[in-house]
Design a protein around this ligand. Sequence first.
Ligand code: ZN
Ligand code: ZN
Length: 348
Amino acid sequence: MSTAVTPDVPSQEDTMMIRAAVMTELGRIEVQERPQQEPGPHEALVRLRAVGVCGSDTAYFTVGRIGDWVVDGPIVLGHEAAGQVLAVGEEVTGVDVGDRVAIEPGTPCRQCGECMAGRYHLCPDLVFLATPPYDGALMETMVIDARNLHRIPASMSYEEGALVEPLSVGIWGCKRAGLEPGDDVLVTGAGPVGLLAGAVALAFGARSVAVTDPSEFRQGMARDLGLGVDDGTGGQDFDVLLECSGAKGVLAQGLRRLRPAGRAAMIGMPKEELVGLPLSQLNVNELSLSLVNRYNHTWPLAIALVASGRVKVDSLVTHHFSLAETADALTLGSRVTDSVKAVIHPDR
Ligand SMILES: [Zn+2]
Ligand SMILES: [Zn+2]
């Protein structure tokens, strides 16, 4: 059942050209034309409608690396994406032409030990959008394994579909922290992931969620999501710490505020390689610390949380951009203090 829109072997003049925002060098984006790809048997062709800008995109754009991932050639950024299916390969069963989908950006090999153990996010051969050397989603159409596509209901916007990716980080962080109903939760850092992790904690039944962030604008965003704001002076104790700032010393400070048997998750990439931790206190109080690398099978839950209105992701989107404005979107955080999430619309 092949429903490809374009012929299998297009002639030179029949080849559809699409626009892609290519990072040609550090700090430079060029919108280039490239041939539209054809989906293979298990793949789908998707028209991108919304792509969120992540801190990782900005890091690749401004400094060219995140940890061991180094940009060493032209790359298309963007991994928080949603769109509409234009064509599917003959083996595809999960989605159909016309479906509106949120895109899971990591394609695992589906055969190695980690994949077979269900930990596909730790697959050593994971192909992840906008992670060197792989291109991301800042283009008009892209081909991706159809098993990475998750249908979103008509009530959900493409923007909300794109934000399922950072929401997934929040979900996986709460799961890794062993969050339970009734927990008092401290979230350090109210960027998009911190705000969404806090909102997920509430949806998971936390008794209270407090975030710390120096920005009054972001504190206001937290309140809009029903989260409390903690001034960091240490009045209250918590059961769970979700560290989302990556800033120096914050993990150790947060751990000191956990009750006995407290649980912490370090979400995202720490900015410092070596951190000092109060091990004697962790030991005496039997604290546990989980590290978090992206997510595993979170899309269905994330879509359900958004579709049911339990987590409101759209309030995080403060700025919108067209594909030609990609560079502005990537530098938004450093230019505009009162900003949280930029969304690029590749069809504009
Ligand atoms: Zn992201
Ligand atoms: Zn694998």
